[in-house]
Design a protein around this ligand. Structure first.
Ligand SMILES: Cc1ncc(COP(=O)(O)O)c(C=O)c1O
Length: 428
């Protein structure tokens, strides 16, 4: 009757609901819920956070962006997400999955064909994982990071975090009962992790090392020799490694280097990746973890009780993304690269030293020489107040970020040009 197109029959089954209207309605409901919560706040609460939660300070970025929200002329170089929309093939696969009524859970580990596609895709980085037993699909890379900490960190274990560091690792380690150990990387080394830095920080005594290359917030990548040396250190000191490689596809100079491909490292490494950055799919919330079977089994145990399975609609989008969106990913990568070159050369022209970012979409210039008292936070606040340019103070990424700011070039070139003109005026 309907030409075999399941979308026709499924649309009828839904009784003519208008999905757009339903979407708008749900946004309004969220607002209502928020004001309801505010109203009940005055009545007092019997909740106080558990010690693990209380021990984590509030995000250093949030308060800063509240200032930005109150102005309408702000150019934000603060966001850590693509300014692109997910490729159409991925979005249409999500729509089709809903039209076909695929609204159930999937297997805990994720749809088998998606796991196969992921395992096939990462062979380009020299990685080889069995899709049945060594791949777990998660709700964003964020969930995978959290699962890794909860699955492998015992109370009191030390987890080494190269700093400047992505903001979620420290809190994640604490929520799991572990102790973060900062490892200072340096502007002068291009923010690469060196074995000297690992030794100085006492990582030989640690239990787990987190690696994030290409890096948020510095944009640093590691070359093959640097990665070999870090791998040797991990083997020598028997460290487990959580390698967050979510920016792997956004590498500009040379090939992505994964620690898991080094001899003796696969068995001690969990690799995390996802669809948010390369495919501009942040809101779809899809990531994955790969590692030896015992590691993935342990993470799956936590995942199956905490999450059951990653969002089904997003899994269909992700499968289409891998199968059909290579051209769009490459176009976005080229555009980021163009912006990267522009931003780096302008910052240097303005006298702000910046290490060449080899990946992700961040630059991390030093402002210590031009900021009052070398204070990055004061610099970022003054820049925001005087010129309406929002960049994140480096201190939001741990002590190692002092004297620097993070500039995200996941922002259109016109806005970047205007932001650099304003920065020039501010500096002069
Ligand atoms: C290094 C790093 N890991 C993980 C994430 C979170 O990714 P997802 O959106 O897949 O949860 C981000 C997002 O900014 C990130 O920068």
């Amino acid at each position: 009757m309907n030409g075999g197109d399941p979308r026709d029959s499924d649309a009828r089954d839904r009784g003519g609901d208008d999905p757009t209207g339903a979407g708008r309605g749900s946004v309004e409901t969220d607002g209502g819920a928020a004001s309801g919560a505010e109203a009940s706040e005055g009545e007092g609460s019997r909740f106080s956070p558990a010690d693990r939660v209380a021990s984590v300070p509030p995000s250093g970025i949030r308060e800063f962006f509240e200032i930005a929200e109150n102005r309408d002329d702000v150019i934000s170089l603060g966001v850590g997400e693509p300014d692109f929309t997910a490729p159409w093939a991925a979005r249409s696969a999500a729509i089709e999955s809903l039209e076909r009524g695929r609204t159930s859970y999937t297997a805990n580990r994720g749809m088998p064909d998606l796991r196969r596609a992921i395992a096939e895709r990462v062979t380009r980085y020299g990685q080889s994982y069995d899709p049945d037993s060594e791949v777990l699909v998660t709700t964003g890379a964020s969930e995978a990071v959290d699962l890794a900490f909860r699955a492998f960190v015992n109370p009191g274990d030390t987890v080494a975090l190269p700093t400047p560091t992505y903001v979620s690792y420290g809190p994640g380690v604490r929520f799991a009962g572990g102790e973060p150990l900062p490892v200072h990387t340096r502007h002068e080394d291009g923010w690469a992790l060196t074995t000297e830095a690992l030794s100085e920080a006492g990582v030989d005594e640690a239990d787990v090392l987190v690696l994030c290359y290409p890096n948020n917030p510095t944009g640093a990548t590691m070359d093959a020799d640097e990665m070999d040396a870090v791998a040797a250190f991990c083997r020598e000191h028997d460290l487990l490694v959580v390698a967050d490689e979510i920016y792997a596809a956004l590498t500009y100079d040379g090939d992505h280097q994964s620690v898991a491909t080094r001899p003796g490292m696969r068995e001690r490494t969990v690799v995390i990746n996802g669809f948010s950055k390369a495919y501009a799919m942040t809101g779809l919330r899809l990531g994955y973890a790969m590692g030896p079977e015992a590691a993935i089994d342990a993470m799956t145990k936590v995942h199956q009780y905490a999450m059951l399975s990653a969002p089904t609609t997003a899994q269909h989008a992700a499968l289409a993304a891998i199968d059909r969106c290579d051209d769009e990913v490459e176009e976005m990568r080229r555009e980021y690269d163009r912006r990267r070159r522009y931003v780096v050369s302008r910052l240097r022209e303005l006298g702000l030293p910046v290490a060449e970012p080899g990946g992700a979409f961040y630059a991390f210039p030093r402002v210590a020489d031009v900021a009052s008292d070398g204070d990055a936070r004061a610099f970022a606040t003054e820049l925001l107040e005087a010129e309406g340019v929002a960049a994140v103070p480096g201190t939001a990424f741990g002590a190692g970020g002092e004297g620097h700011i993070r500039i995200s070039y996941a922002t259109g070139l016109d806005d970047l040009k205007e932001a650099m003109a304003r920065l020039e005026r501010f500096l002069s």
